[in-house]
Design a protein around this ligand. Structure first.
Ligand code: IPM
Ligand code: MG
Length: 354
């Protein structure tokens, strides 16, 4: 039996980094059938729709989705805004595929211990932001303009908090058993519901230590002492902001993968896996992008969807080995290391796998 993975490479550096991730997955020997489809600006250009129905259907029929990056200045002014790649492809993919649990690890890789731009943050940072991805102010209705007034709506229901919290508990159990639930309960009603539900679940799951933190304090604590965090559990918009902050604290944006998970389907956790970096149109097509975030996203796919911890760990070890061999793409290049292209970095990971 082989798995089916939908490959949505997208725009900018998406195709280059995704090609390396596919190459590495093939090199593991895991039986996977890859099927490509258009998404983002390139899909808009050729079909008028950044998320063509055939692409969505392919994703729905697959076991997992490997996603590159989408968007770029070429499509920033597409009208109506609902056809822009971010709004017309990314958000509907998340809601249509019910990808409510966004897992964004921010982990220092040993060969890059000194990459953090923060004084005193050298060393291992190893935290995960669990971001709710299909609710809150990103999707609440009404969203509208009334003359000089604009309205966005933040809505959360109990079941939405429960299901993301459940995944956060599961992930905390594979780690250090600590969750910091982040909200703005001193102001927002949705946050008070969030805190109520997480508190109840904490009582029911005493093996995991749960504390609560206000979002402004969390933003500060991530800079003050990022090592205090294991799992940060939070709603959609807070998670958007805090995950960018957490990624920068490790100093290596080009290395961070992510998973957007749904419920289990046929016994397997369905998910979309993508590097957290964007489409970087300025360096697209030049073989300068760092493929490691995409490659590590493929490792997350093996871990979460296919439960293949052995091959997932093999990829992670191979990535560290390539870095230990002093190979660096332009984004992490420093004196004394060897500058390599996107493809050379992918080849190096494949070589280390063997
Ligand atoms: C992210 C991005 C998206 C988001 C944008 C592009 C809609 O910032 O995945 O973090 O806000 O969710
Ligand atoms: Mg973001």
């Amino acid at each position: 039996m082989s798995y089916k993975v939908a490959v949505l490479a997208g725009d900018g550096i998406g195709p280059e980094v995704t090609a390396e991730a596919v190459k590495v997955l093939k090199a593991t020997g895991v039986a996977i059938e890859f099927e490509e489809a258009l998404v983002g600006g390139i899909a808009y250009d050729s079909t008028g729709n950044p998320l063509p129905p055939t692409t969505l259907d392919l994703c729905k029929s697959a076991d997992a989705v490997l996603f590159g990056a989408i968007g770029g200045p070429k499509w920033d002014n597409v009208q109506p805004v609902t056809l822009r790649p971010e709004i017309g492809a990314l958000l509907p993919l998340r809601s249509e595929l019910n990808l409510y649990a966004n897992v964004r690890p921010a982990k220092t890789l040993k060969p890059l211990l000194k990459a953090s731009p923060l004084k005193g943050a050298e060393g291992m940072i190893d935290l995960v932001v669990m971001r709710e991805l299909t609710g809150g102010i990103y999707f609440g209705q009404p969203r509208e303009r009334q003359g000089d007034k604009a309205i966005d709506t933040c809505v959360y229901s109990r079941f939405e908090v429960e299901r993301i919290a459940k995944q956060a508990f599961a992930i905390a159990r594979q780690r250090r058993h600590e969750i910091v639930s982040v909200d703005k309960a001193n102001v927002l009603e949705t946050s008070r519901l969030w805190r109520e539900v997480v508190t109840e679940m904490a009582t029911a799951n005493p093996d995991v230590k749960v504390t609560h933190m206000l979002v402004d304090n969390c933003a500060m604590q991530l800079i003050r002492n990022p090592k205090q965090f294991d799992v940060i559990l939070t709603e959609n918009m807070f998670g958007d902001i805090l995950s960018d902050e957490a990624s920068m604290v490790t100093g290596s944006l080009g290395l961070l993968p992510s998973a957007s998970l749904s419920d289990a389907k046929g016994g397997k956790l369905f998910g979309l896996y993508e590097p957290i970096h964007g489409s970087a149109p300025d360096i697209a097509g030049q073989q300068r992008a760092n493929p490691l975030a995409a490659i590590l996203s493929a490792a997350m796919m093996l871990q979460y969807t296919f439960g293949d911890l052995t091959n997932s760990a093999r990829i992670e070890v191979a990535v560290e080995a390539a870095l230990n061999a002093s190979l660096r793409t332009a984004d992490i290049f420093e004196k004394g290391t060897r500058l390599v292209s996107t493809k050379e970095m992918g080849d190096a990971v494949v070589a280390q796998l063997k």
